[in-house]
Design a protein around this ligand. Sequence first.
Ligand code: AMP
Length: 117
Amino acid sequence: MTYDSDNIFARILRGEIACEKISEDEYYLAFHDRYPKAPVHVLIIPKGPYLDAFDFHHRASSLEIVGFYKGLNAVIEKLQISEGYRLIANSGHHGGQEVPHYHVHLLAGRKLEKSIV
Ligand code: AMP
């Protein structure tokens, strides 16, 4: 599968669609999920055109990868979710990914039900 530059997160990155931004830098953008599944439901996405977790870790530069995960940490710190949180990166069809631009869900704000693992 090749990267579709018309996916909704690519359009958010280009400013064509609005988002409820939390923070960003040159490597990442963090914004509230439009259909939150928990009191805190944030999406963190890399700025570059990567399909999923494998594609990002395979093709992105070390600088981009470190920048992205440092950004994710900055979001965790900013949201003050010291009671805990869950990170999810759905990838591909079996992983239940709907938007084909790599993203990490950050869920928090209540005791989350036990997932499959
Ligand atoms: P996934 O199923 O892992 O691909 O997750 C995609 C997520 O994007 C879902 O949780 C959606 O609620 C969320 N989403 C879809 N469109 C938007 C949008 N325009 N702004 C914010 N979140 C969105």
